[in-house]
Design a protein around this ligand. Structure first.
Ligand code: SF4
Length: 435
């Protein structure tokens, strides 16, 4: 087996300079990941150990998705805890015991750290160990941090999956592990395609149930489905797994190359992938061709948010004909994104981190046709006459794989169509340079 398969020659932005900014940044914290993780791992519970602000954030981010028996909650640290007047560990034990007595359906409990729990240095790993000792084997208690001091919103998923890795059983089997939470519908499509390609043993992290979490070992090859999983990858590599170099399965091109990389790692040639994916590629390419006139030459500006910016920008440029004004990302993992960098049009302005005022100035000066940004920036930019897309929707919507590529394009096409309908002027668009 060959774990590293060079797919594209170094070109594009592989060696381009990156504008690194370290200033005020506007991005959700890692608690946000709970919103999609609690839907994915169906017998897990996420207990945020935090403040009323934290409770408010996940309640409003989860919004309509709250179930009759929710699978997340916040243990509120009050003034007495914060002032060190109460033993927060005792209180946490009481909350957890009450919760687990009432909810026999919970099989994995994540204690999720926040800014307040970090400020008072509440050792949640000790708490998780103590509570696991008490409740195993019925419930496993793990911990990770979703604090805004340490994480941006997709890093919450990375921290959660990295916390799971030490609990995975050891396996000597040759297998492919697809890493990163995907909506079930997308996971099912990938499982089908990978089976048709002939990879016999394919597992997904995270699994939908605690008892079904995959094993890992030296025979495991990792295929990342998300670009924000640096810690999880490191943890899996420390268990002997090896990463398959690939772009991300966004758009026809990305999905095909991603499948080819997986196939190649198991000694299966691209001809098999071409045969298996022919009809899906044809259908999706035709659908994208119909959307392409709406994107041709349209100028796109990405603020840093989800770390999905590079693959999505690459898809918009190469498959829809958009022009990239700036592609910002909170972190640029050069190794994991090597193929994506090589595929970006040469000369694309790349930025890592954020100094929000400077970036807003660049955006205003460029007046792009569409700006991908966080909720906090979208309203002011809209008020200034710019068309925006909320980055967080890209994480909540199924966007990976063939069938979803036209839906992904639609996410951007809709606000641009609306802007065209209201006759939103973009006077600088003709004059401003692309890069
Ligand atoms: Fe705010 Fe920090 Fe709580 Fe996130 S973890 S909601 S940034 S206080």
């Amino acid at each position: 087996m060959n774990a590293v398969i060079p797919l594209v020659p170094a070109e594009g932005c592989a060696t381009s300079p990156v504008l690194r900014e370290r200033g005020q940044h506007e991005v959700f914290c890692g608690l946000t990941g709970i919103v999609w993780l609690h839907r994915k791992i169906q017998d897990a519970f996420f207990l945020v150990v935090g403040s009323r602000t934290c409770a408010h954030l996940i309640q409003s981010a989860a919004g309509v998705m709250i179930f009759a028996e929710p699978r997340f909650a916040t243990a509120i640290l009050d003034e007495r805890d914060l002032a060190g007047l109460a033993d927060a560990h005792d209180e946490l034990d009481r909350v957890v015991t009450r919760l687990l007595e009432r909810r026999p359906d919970i099989k994995t409990l994540f204690l999720v750290g926040s800014c307040p729990s970090e400020v008072i240095k509440l050792d949640l790993s000790r708490a998780a160990e103590r509570l696991s000792g008490r409740f195993l084997p019925r419930v496993r208690v793990l911990n990770y941090s979703g604090s805004g001091i340490e994480t941006t919103f997709t890093q919450g998923e990375d921290a959660c999956l990295a916390a799971l890795v030490p609990t995975l059983p050891a396996s000597p089997h040759a297998q492919l592990m697809v890493v990163g939470a995907l909506p079930d519908v997308v996971e099912d499509q990938f499982a089908r395609l990978l089976a048709q390609i002939g990879i016999e043993r394919v597992v997904f992290l995270p699994a939908r149930h605690s008892a079904a979490m995959p094993s890992v070992g030296p025979g495991t090859l990792l295929l990342l489905a998300q670009p924000f999983l640096a810690d999880t990858t490191r943890a899996l590599e420390s268990r002997g797994a090896r990463r398959v170099q690939a772009p991300f399965p966004i758009g026809v091109e990305g999905t095909t190359a991603w499948l080819e990389a997986a196939a190649g790692a198991f000694g299966i040639g691209p001809g098999v992938v071409a045969r298996v994916t022919a009809s899906a590629r044809e259908r999706t390419t035709a659908a994208l061709q119909r959307l392409r006139p709406q994107f041709e030459g349209k100028r796109v500006f990405f603020f840093p948010d989800s770390q999905l910016e590079l693959p999505i920008a690459r898809f918009m440029a190469r498959e829809l004909g958009a022009q990239l004004v700036e592609v910002g990302t909170p972190y640029l993992h050069r190794e994991h994104l090597a193929d994506e960098l090589a595929w970006l049009p040469a000369g694309t302005r790349l930025s890592e981190g954020q100094d929000v005022e400077r970036q807003l100035d660049r955006c205003r000066a460029a007046r792009p046709d569409i700006t991908v940004c966080g909720l906090g920036l979208a309203n002011p930019l809209e008020a200034e006459g710019l068309t925006t897309k909320w980055a967080i929707e890209l994480v909540f919507t199924p966007i990976h794989g063939y069938e979803q590529a036209p839906d992904l394009a639609e996410l951007f096409a809709r606000p641009m169509r609306r802007a065209a309908l209201v006759g939103r002027a973009n006077p600088a668009a003709e004059a401003a340079p692309c890069n």
